[in-house]
Unconditional design. Structure first.
Length: 124
């Protein structure tokens, strides 16, 4: 995990979820649907992402794409060391199986590895 950055987007709402998962999402600063935060890749962050994997999607982004995200005209809020971006719903919708299935089975949730920038571009 040499200095990589990870983007996480809240896909599902916070209604009716367990308190410990809700607290994890609040620590990540993900409080509204379609909000995005860019994190440093660390053991702590990866543990939080795995805990909330049933409500978010996440993946690695490169420095060039992060700069492009900074230059965009998206509404953003600076909180602590993180910037929270408020994205639009994706053009063309989420993946075929919807927002209740993991990404590796055709859905929208969980780890996207290197494909995260494709979703963010559709949501900008």
């Amino acid at each position: 995990m040499e200095n990589k950055r990870v983007a996480a987007i809240l896909i599902r709402g916070l209604q009716g979820i367990r308190k410990d998962i809700k607290d994890t999402l609040f620590m990540l600063r993900l409080r509204k649907k379609n909000s995005c935060v860019v994190l440093d890749s660390s053991v702590t962050a990866s543990g939080m992402l795995i805990k909330a994997k049933d409500f978010i999607t996440y993946g690695v982004i490169d420095k060039k794409f992060e700069e492009e995200l900074e230059k965009s005209k998206l509404k953003r809020v600076k909180a602590d060391k993180r910037t929270v971006y408020f994205l639009h719903p994706p053009r063309g919708g989420f993946e075929k199986k919807g927002i209740k299935q993991p990404y590796n089975k055709g859905g929208a949730l969980g780890d996207r590895k290197d494909k995260m920038h494709e979703l963010i571009k559709r949501m900008m």
